[in-house]
Ligand binder design. Structure first.
Ligand SMILES: [Zn+2]
Ligand SMILES: [Zn+2]
Length: 179
């Protein structure tokens, strides 16, 4: 959705409320937004500056880093931007991606702004749930829903090994010397 900023710009102290309900592509490979973006933005003409505040939400489909299951993740992002009108009107305002047009015909692309803040709100680590135990390295079982099928010896060895390895590494890193 594109919003013409001209009427707001002409009204110092003016406010414009935008209710969004729009399908937006995340453009992040493998992480689609699976719901329309909804939310409300309030634009204020502060005289020299344009303030944009509010929040937007959608849902994304993530893939768990641990067990590789897809799951739905609720995304919510706050918007709080302030731009100088002089920059808004300049055709080479450059890094502000959500402005369209130039000069007097400048507008706000709500979808682009929403995409920007929502992509930034994506989690760094994708975990389908707090109790996700992931896939067994040995047999590949999804440990959330099925038991490990590894032979007991292999399972015991794996449970012990990492700790022993960590301990051995720690001993090596700790130089010997007088206590
Ligand atoms: Zn998982
Ligand atoms: Zn296993």
């Amino acid at each position: 959705m594109r919003v013409d900023l001209r009427p707001l710009r002409a009204e110092r102290g003016g406010t414009l409320v935008i209710d969004c309900h729009e399908t937006v592509e995340s453009r992040v490979e493998g992480i689609p937004f699976v719901e329309p973006v909804t939310g409300r933005l309030t634009l204020h003409n502060l005289g020299a500056a344009l303030r944009i505040e509010g929040s937007v939400r959608t849902a994304a489909r993530l893939v768990c880093d641990r067990c590789a299951s897809p799951y739905r993740y609720r995304l919510h992002a706050a918007v709080d931007e302030e731009l100088n009108w002089a920059d808004v009107a300049s055709p080479d305002a450059g890094d502000v991606t959500y402005l369209v047009g130039a000069g007097d015909a400048v507008g706000l692309d709500v979808g682009v702004l929403a995409r920007e803040v929502l992509v930034l709100a994506l989690p760094m680590v994708a975990r389908c749930g707090p109790d996700c135990r992931g896939l067994c390295d040995g047999c590949g079982a999804d440990l959330r829903i099925e038991p490990c099928r590894c032979p007991p010896e292999a399972r015991r060895a794996r449970e012990v090994d990492p700790r022993l390895r960590a301990l051995a590494a720690w001993r090596e890193a700790e130089p010997s010397g007088p206590a």
